[in-house]
Design a protein around this ligand. Structure first.
Ligand code: NI
Length: 168
């Protein structure tokens, strides 16, 4: 297992649409291990393969306080989204230091494969629903700030550019 570099918005590689995983094998499980290590080290609560420049449909999430409850979603599909919308503050390891409210369906049902390649279905609400939709967006080449107004997006890009200049 190894730590991978997390791409930063507005890196154009974050806009790439990820391909489905065709076979869940040891190489995929090794990649999942790297993704988990990278997420825990960051630290973050979710990571999509897109964020480490691997364009396959894989997500890892851990919402537990003890950081010992890894959830893996391979080829996730939103099966069912309720009509009720919920607003939640979101952040992203690819958009460091930026936290903004985003409105999304409050309840979803997701279908995916686990790390053994077995299909499962998960009903999600609250933070898990937010996190899943945020990460599935990444797999579709979408970063959460793209849910915001153009003005806000350009302010965020300016702020991130300044952060990088200051860090240099
Ligand atoms: Ni993110």
């Amino acid at each position: 297992m190894a730590l991978r570099t997390i791409l930063r918005y507005p890196d154009p590689r974050l806009l790439q649409v990820a391909a489905p995983v065709e076979r869940v094998d040891d190489a995929i499980r090794e990649l999942i291990g790297d993704m988990a290590d990278t997420m825990y080290e960051a630290p973050g609560i979710g990571l999509a393969a897109t964020q480490i420049d691997v364009h396959l449909r894989i997500i890892v999430i851990d919402l537990s306080e003890k950081r010992d409850a890894l959830q893996v979603f391979i080829n996730p599909e939103i099966d069912n989204a309720g009509n009720e919308l919920a607003v939640h503050e979101e952040g992203c390891l690819s958009v460091p230091g930026i936290f903004e409210n985003v409105e999304r369906p409050g309840r979803i049902t997701v279908r995916a494969l686990d790390a053994q390649g077995q299909p499962f279905t998960r009903d999600a609400e609250g933070l898990l629903a937010v996190c899943l939709q945020h990460e599935i967006d990444h797999l579709n080449g979408r970063v959460f700030v793209q849910h915001l107004s153009r003005l806000k997006q350009s302010r965020i890009r300016a702020k991130l550019a300044k952060q990088e200049r200051d860090a240099a």
